[in-house]
Design a protein around this ligand. Structure first.
Ligand SMILES: *[C@@H]1O[C@H](CO)[C@@H](O)[C@H](O)[C@H]1NC(C)=O
Length: 100
């Protein structure tokens, strides 16, 4: 429980101190392993796939379009669609915290 609280605190702090996003322009998703620190006002990570060319990086929320995936957690624009998975993991850990 305390660990969980610390984790949430850490997540809040780490978003407050700037966002880390994967960045690349590549046809090979596997090579998108470099992460950068986004600077204000770039407060979203994005990834998009334009005819097989994967582009990732930092972006302003207002510039997120429907053809790209934007998210606001550190490194959340990784290869797989980690958004829903992360939410599931969080829900699972919340549930196990309550019931165990
Ligand atoms: C990107 O789109 C192309 C088709 O336009 C598809 O073949 C490829 O699998 C996609 N890549 C990813 C990582 O979604």
């Amino acid at each position: 429980m305390r660990l969980y609280g610390a984790l949430i605190l850490f997540m809040l702090l780490s978003t407050a101190c700037g966002l880390k996003c994967y960045t690349c322009v590549s046809t090979h998703i596997e090579s998108c392993t470099r992460a950068i620190n986004c600077v204000e006002p770039l407060n979203r990570c994005f990834s998009m796939n334009v005819t097989g060319v994967i582009t990732k990086g930092c972006r302003k929320a207002i510039n997120c379009l429907s053809n790209m995936r934007c998210c606001e957690e550190d490194m959340c624009n990784s290869a797989t669609a980690s958004g829903p998975t992360a939410v599931l993991l969080l829900a699972a850990s919340a549930i196990s915290t309550i019931f165990l």
